[in-house]
Design a protein around this ligand. Structure first.
Ligand code: NI
Length: 172
């Protein structure tokens, strides 16, 4: 495994639509292992392949239970993820992004999201997420379409300017 470099704005790859994965061979397996290591080291709770300069539809997410800190974080790897359902109910939350250092913003997201895609072996997976986990999936899947949280934020601030930034989830 190897740590990958996380690209930041204004790198144009962050604005491109990523390509569908069709080859689940050793190169993809290596990419996923490296993304997980890079996400953990950052540290972050989610990472999309374009953030490590790879234009493929791959995301990794690792997040624990919001209510119970004793539950260990669960790791999700989703290849070719698609959101198949979003709740009408939305909630505002503070987001950051590993590719946009020191900027935070408040973003309105659906409370619940259903995600379909494939696991690292190409088998179909379906995930029903809610709360912060649903937010992370929405943020990461946006990355695959060249969309960044700053596009959707109702307000933005630099880390040092606003004490409420301390409440932000780990960057994704
Ligand atoms: Ni991000």
């Amino acid at each position: 495994m190897a740590l990958l470099e996380i690209v930041t704005l204004p790198n144009p790859i962050l604005r491109r639509k990523a390509r569908k994965v069709t080859d689940f061979g050793p190169k993809l397996q290596q990419l996923i292992d490296d993304m997980v290591e890079t996400m953990r080291e950052a540290p972050g709770v989610g990472l999309a392949a374009p953030q490590v300069n790879v234009p493929l539809r791959v995301i990794t997410v690792e997040f624990g239970d919001e209510e119970d800190e004793t539950v260990p974080p669960k790791l999700y790897t989703v290849v070719n993820p698609e959101i198949t359902r979003l709740s009408k109910e939305t909630v505002a939350g503070v987001e950051g992004c590993l590719s946009i250092p020191n900027i935070f913003g408040e973003v309105e997201r659906a409370v619940q999201a259903t995600i379909k895609g494939q696991n690292r072996r190409g088998q179909p997976v379906k995930i029903k997420a809610r709360g912060w986990l649903a937010r992370i999936f929405q943020h990461e899947i946006d990355h695959l379409n060249g969309v960044l949280f700053v596009d959707k934020a109702t307000r933005l601030w630099q880390q040092q300017e606003a004490p409420e930034a301390e409440e932000a989830a780990a960057p994704v």
